[in-house]
Every structure is written in structure tokens, then in C-alpha cells.
Design a protein around this ligand. Sequence first.
Ligand code: UD2
Ligand code: MN
Length: 582
Amino acid sequence: HNDDYKFMHKVGVEPLKPINHDIKYPWQQKEGNISRHYKKNSGYLSSLSKKVGKLIHGSQRPVYDVSKLKEPDQYALGAMGKAAYLVSEEDKKLAQDHFSDHSFNWVLSDKLSLDRTLDDYRGARCKAKHNNYPEKLPTTSVIICFHKERLSVLLRTIHSVINRTPPQLLSEVIVVDDFSEDERLGKPLDEHVANMAKVKVIRNTKREGLVRARLRGARDATGDVLTFLDSHCEATPGWVEPLLARIAEDERNVVCPAIEVLNADTFAYQASSNAEQRGGFNWDLFFKWKGIPPAEQKLRKDDSDPIRTPTMAGGLFSIDRKYFFHIGSYDEEMDIWGGENLELSFRVWMCGGRLEIIPCSRVGHVFRKVTSPYKFPNGVDKTLSKNFNRLAEVWMDEYKELYYNKKPQNRNRDFGDITERKKLRERLKCHSFKWYLENVYPDIRMPELNPPAQGEVRNPESSMCLDSLGMKSGNKLGLYSCHGQGNNQYFVLSSHGEILWESENCVDNSKYNPGGSVELIPCHGMEGNQKWVHDKKSGTIKHEVSGQCLDRGASMESQNPVVNPCNGSPSQVWVFSRYKTE
Ligand code: UD2
Ligand code: MN
């Protein structure tokens, strides 16, 4: 694809190299001679890609006429994705008392139609593209895993897929019950889908977690493409074609819809029409939304073009089925959830694929107010550190240190055996993590690998530590009892004299008067008010321009540090937990 070549070329990323079809993997033996099939398939796909961009007149593709989709009663609860509200006091109380069951308003969800209509949220250019996709697109299997999901929310996910996916493109919907042990998700679910020919329910006999549940669904799938969705989503008109068309152009394109918000209180579909973002990550290895860097943005012709993204959020994406297994599916040793999203993202890029957000495809997802309403059998901490350590050890090379710097408590934790994953990386001849950072994620904020000082910043006399307090209450830098867990108490003193939190926020003082407060604001890289000089011997942290010293304040329990004239008092002594190793 010519445009695409230019697109990749300009930002210094090589065009995708051909897949080596001679390599054989265990999964290929199971399914017969896939190599041959793969070649054949590529031929089929490349003949399709020739048609891309060509207008197909009089296509039978359904054109979504929103006015026809409207429910007869325009005031139907939640119709057209509008916010809905509970009326009776009884319901309101029930909803409030039981909000934490699922961390969303399930009482309201139970009252909404499973076939409620949604608006067509696509922009004009996307709507115009709709009839230009190739006539014959790959088919897809949709895989939805759940653990203790609310039945109405799960069913609305399934209904939205069935209602808004052209039947010729939908192979099946595979619903995997990850050992919910909830009778409402047993018989009632089976009965409901009994007459839905394409829906198949699989049940795990023990809790496996998202990764192994998805793999189970993937192994059963027959469609050309696997589409994964969380169990609390709603697909909008025209959601699937842009995803499948992009994969038809090249089976190494791994694509995510634009994920939009289904409000956890009102179930309103909150379209983010021009919230153009892409995926990144923090060094604690959590996914994070980031702005699209200008250089990257310039390469897109308009807002309907794909957005190359360094990472995916994890829940919603489509991938060519054979390619999914070819590049190593998932790391089966990852439990419950967490880390698998970055693992797949790094792997796709580093091993020759491409990850994109397709803004013409829009899917709503209920973002819960509290992360997980369900239990992690081994505890959240142990589960996440195992997953994250595996991710870092297999894929991040020397940069894994940046993760361990941020999460020192994870450093010596057990992460099982990673030989198979390392072999996979060898076999696929993947790029280094350095290559990934330089070519795919050049806008990442890089902490120094070996900064002058880092860790918690402790005032020994009070055992209080500098604390970002998550920056939840304004920008004032805080103080809190030292907890040794990193995160909000993990700071880096850079060689430019900045004191950073989360790689992009700097300790700043603009109030030079004694007792003036200290803030945590975006780093500007110009030194000035963000430059501090730390003397390891005396423990002072001096604000260079004003000549004042960082001070805990008079009280042992003070909640915010200040600056004061340097006076050698114990309230001005600070110790970082780690200093530079030469
Ligand atoms: C996000 C992703 C999620 C996953 C996670 C990181 C989106 C919108 N969601 O968290 O898919 O990548 O980040 O790892 O990108 N589930 C099981 N078994 C379990 C636990 C969960 O089947 O043991 C199901 C669960 O019912 C849901 C899905 O896995 O359908 C993801 O879980 P979540 O919705 O609680 O995660 P979320 O959206 O906070
Ligand atoms: Mn989710």
C-alpha cells in the first residue's frame, strides 16, 4: 500500500517485512499445514488490498439509516445512547446500596432494552468511507470473556454485536464464562442465547483469568479475524467494517476501535468525537492515554485515518486469527489481568506487526469507578507483579530497570519460568526494546537510567516523605508517612536538578518568600524555578534561584513542604533512598 509506505517511512519506521513462512510452530502442526494456508491466505488478502480505495457502486453493504434505527418511543429509557435515570426512591436506594457489586449502576442497566439504539457517532469522513470498503471482507469471531458480569450488561454487549455486525461478516460470538459461580449467569444466560444461532457459551471449570479465558475462546474460533471485547461494551453502527478492512490490507495490522465511555451511572454513550489520543504507558507498566505527537498527526490525511499507537488499552481489538497465533498469542502464565495489554503491544511492534486505533470504529465500554469489583485469588499485588515482571523480563531489555526503579518492591518477586517466551522472541527475530522506543514511541518521557538520586525522599526526623498525593487535590506537593511502596513517593532527581514524579511533573517553587508553598507541575526543562541542588552530605535540597531550602515545616505532621531560608535545621534534611552507582 503506497500511501502507507510513505506514512511509515517518514517517521523512520521501516515498512513491514514479509513474514517468514518457513518457520513452523507447534500450533501449526495441530492445524495441519498452516504455512501453505497462510500463503494462500496472503494471496487472497493481497488481492483484496488491490481493491482498497476503489469505489464499489451499488454494494449490498447495509447503510445505517439512524432514523430507521430509532425506537418508536423516542423517550424509551436509554434509547439513542442517551443518559437514563432511575425514578422510584426504592430503585435509587437499591442502586446506591449495591453500586459496589459491579461498580456500575446495574439496577438501571437491568431496565434498559438489550436492543437499545445508539446514535451513529462517526464523523462525516468515516460515514463517507463506509461504502468504499472491499466487497469481500474477512469474517470475524467475537470473543467475550467475563467473570461475575451483570447479565443485562453482558447480554447488551452480545446483542449490540449481533445487531450491528453484517451477518456475512460474523462467524460466531464466543462467550467465555471465567468460572463466575453465579447462577444468574448459568441457566438464564444459556436460555437467552439458545435461539441465537451464532452465540456459543464456553465455561471454565476453574478461574483462569482474562488471558487463558481469551485463549480458550481463540482456539475455538473459526473466523478469519479474532475480535476481543470486554463483557460490558456496546458496539455502534458501522463498528466492524473499518477494523476488518484494515486487516484485509495486511494481516499484520492489529487494530483497536476508538474506545468510548458508557457512563457507569447513567449508561449514557459519551462519544469523544475529536478526543484524538493514542496509547502509551507509565513505568509502572500501566496503560495510559497520551496525545498524538504533532509529527505523527501530520502524517494523517484527515481524522478518519488510522492512528498508529505504541500500546493498546487491552480490552477491545481485532487481529488476524492465524497471525495472532503466529506472533505468540498471549503469555499463558499471566494470571487474571494486567500486563497482557502491553505484552501484546510491545510484541506486535517489536516482531514485525503494527498496532493502530481506527477512529471510524467506535465501541462504548463501561469504565468503572473502582478498578475491579471482583477478587484476585492470589491478591492484586502478587498477581500484577508476576505479570509485570514477566513482561519486563521478556521484552524490555535494559529498560526493565526503569520499571524496577519505580516499583522496587517487585524487584525480587517470583515471575515463574520465561524460557518459552524468550525463545519466541528469538524465533520471531524481534527488534530490541530500544528500537521500539526510538521508532514507535519517540515521544515517551524517558527517566534517566542512572540518575544522581531517586526513590523516596525522606525527612529522617519526622519519617515523612515527599508525596505527590496522586496530584488529586490540586498541584501542591504533599508530605505523608513514608510507606516504602514507591508510586506517589517515588521521585527522581535528574542530572539537570529537576525533582520529577511520573517522569513529567516537576517540583516547582515560584513563591520565594519564606514559608512559600511548593508545587508539582509539568516539567518545562528550562531549569529556573524547577532547579534544585541536593547536597548528600548535609541533606539539604536548595532551590537555586531563590537560595532557599526545602523544609518539612515546623510540625512533625505537616502535610505540605515549604521553602525557608537555609538554617541547617533537621526539618531541612532529606535523604533519597538510592544514590547514583558509578
Ligand atoms: C482494561 C482492559 C481489559 C484488560 C485490562 C488490563 C479495556 C477497555 N479494558 O481493564 O480488557 O486488558 O485493562 O489487563 O481496554 N475477566 C475475566 N476473568 C478474570 C478477570 C476479568 O474473564 O479473572 C474479564 C472481565 O469480565 C472483563 C475483562 O476480562 O470482561 C476485562 O476486565 P475488566 O473489565 O475488569 O478490566 P478493565 O476494563 O478495567
Ligand atoms: Mn472492562
